[in-house]
Design a protein around this ligand. Structure first.
Ligand code: NI
Length: 388
């Protein structure tokens, strides 16, 4: 079965919504205008309840089915925030805010879920309730976590949750998914090495933190290669090396390292953290320096429930005839906070042969809209069939 006809009709409208959001990108929790657009549209569509100010600038809409909404409650989630990137696409609806850009396609996610909400409010061809959740701050900030903490799932009695992300490199409108761990846990690491600064020509009078920190960076490479069971996955990346000296002739008193750790398995996550602490502390001690390790568990792994993944596959197949088995993704995703609370599934929809996400040349492909919207509609109508 191809895309639903209604979405072929609405394709132009939804594209216009998407491009309007694209032209007005907002960062993290500051999705004021976007949330306003979303709330106005949901009201215009006749959505039963529209909640604003959720997780600061998130929006939740409740759509009751033909039977008045009794029965199961399905949560559908989209993210609304942009990235701090200077857009380079040259499209005529490019960002009007220099240095802020919808470079991850959350404009498309928001527009597609709005399209689905319009269709579901028009047709109500389901028994039960659909809760559409538009969250801020996916790109850091953990807007999904705040939505959960503010009780969105409890308040609306949500039984299962579903999310979707566009994916460059997959044919436009195709789908892929995998059960179990899918996106990695994304942890934040900061290591501060303190020694004794001094004149660069008198190293014997110092404890040189650049040398100590360099040994730590190299030693950390052995966690994945030597400590981790080779059949498991992890990434330990140091991404920033900043010394307290800016001079040619001053040995810095301190060095701050920053990085990220990506894992799928809580035991591997523990292993990485424990080894990072051990290596940093003992390497620093070996050189007579001291070290402080700040390890923050940020976004948990995104883990798809088996049963709900099967529902997602069935809905995707109704739309595009097929659903591919997706590889693991080392990127993080804060829909994980919702998936930790409720069974559900996160699916990828193809964005074609575009630049990758988080790239200044990236753009969401509007040709994916009918497939994305149809997926939401099929999922709802399949999971909440009208009885009798
Ligand atoms: Ni994204």
């Amino acid at each position: 079965m191809p895309v639903k006809n209604r979405f072929a009709d609405l394709h132009e409208d939804i594209t216009a919504w998407r491009r309007d959001i694209h032209a007005h990108p907002e960062l993290l929790f500051d999705t004021v205008r976007t949330a306003g657009v979303v709330a106005d549209k949901l009201k215009e569509f006749g959505v039963d309840t529209v909640e604003t100010g959720v997780a600061q600038n998130g929006v939740v809409g409740v759509i009751k089915g033909k039977n008045g909404g009794a029965g199961r409650v399905i949560g559908l989630r989209a993210d609304m925030d942009a990235l701090p990137i200077l857009e380079n696409t040259g499209v005529d609806y490019a960002s009007g805010t220099p240095g802020v850009m919808h470079a991850c396609g959350h404009d498309g996610h928001t527009a597609m879920l709005l399209g689905a909400a319009k269709y579901l409010a028009e047709t109500r061809n389901f028994d039960g309730t659909v809760v559409v959740m538009f969250q801020p701050a996916e790109e850091g900030g953990g807007g999904g976590r705040v939505m959960v903490e503010e009780g969105v799932l409890e308040r609306h009695g949500v039984d299962e949750v579903y999310g979707m992300h566009n994916w460059p490199g997959m044919p436009v409108g195709s789908f892929s998914i995998r059960p179990g761990p899918f996106f990695a846990a994304a942890d934040l690491l900061e290591i501060t090495v303190t020694g004794l600064g001094g004149h660069a020509a008198k190293p014997h009078m110092t404890i040189d933190t650049t040398v100590v920190a360099s040994h730590i960076v190299l030693a950390l490479q052995s966690i994945v290669s030597r400590n981790l069971n080779p059949v498991k996955q992890a990434v330990v990346s140091i991404t920033s090396f900043e010394t307290s000296s800016t001079a040619f002739n001053v040995i810095p008193n301190a060095v701050t390292l920053k990085g990220t750790v990506r894992t799928f398995d809580p035991e591997v996550q523990d292993l990485c953290e424990d080894n990072i602490r051990r290596i940093a502390e003992n390497t620093a001690a070996a050189f007579g320096a001291t070290v402080e390790v700040d390890y923050q568990r940020n976004y948990p792994a995104t883990v798809n429930a088996e049963t709900e993944t099967d529902y997602a596959i069935a809905a995707a197949k109704r739309v595009s005839g097929d659903c591919a088995y997706a590889p693991l993704v080392m990127g993080g995703e804060d829909f994980s906070f919702m998936l930790n609370e409720r069974p559900g599934a996160y699916i990828l929809v193809g964005n074609g042969d575009t630049a990758d996400v988080h790239n200044p040349d990236y753009n969401f492909d509007d040709e994916a809209i009918p497939a994305g919207c149809s997926y939401w509609a099929e999922l709802v109508e399949m999971r909440l069939p009208v009885s009798g």
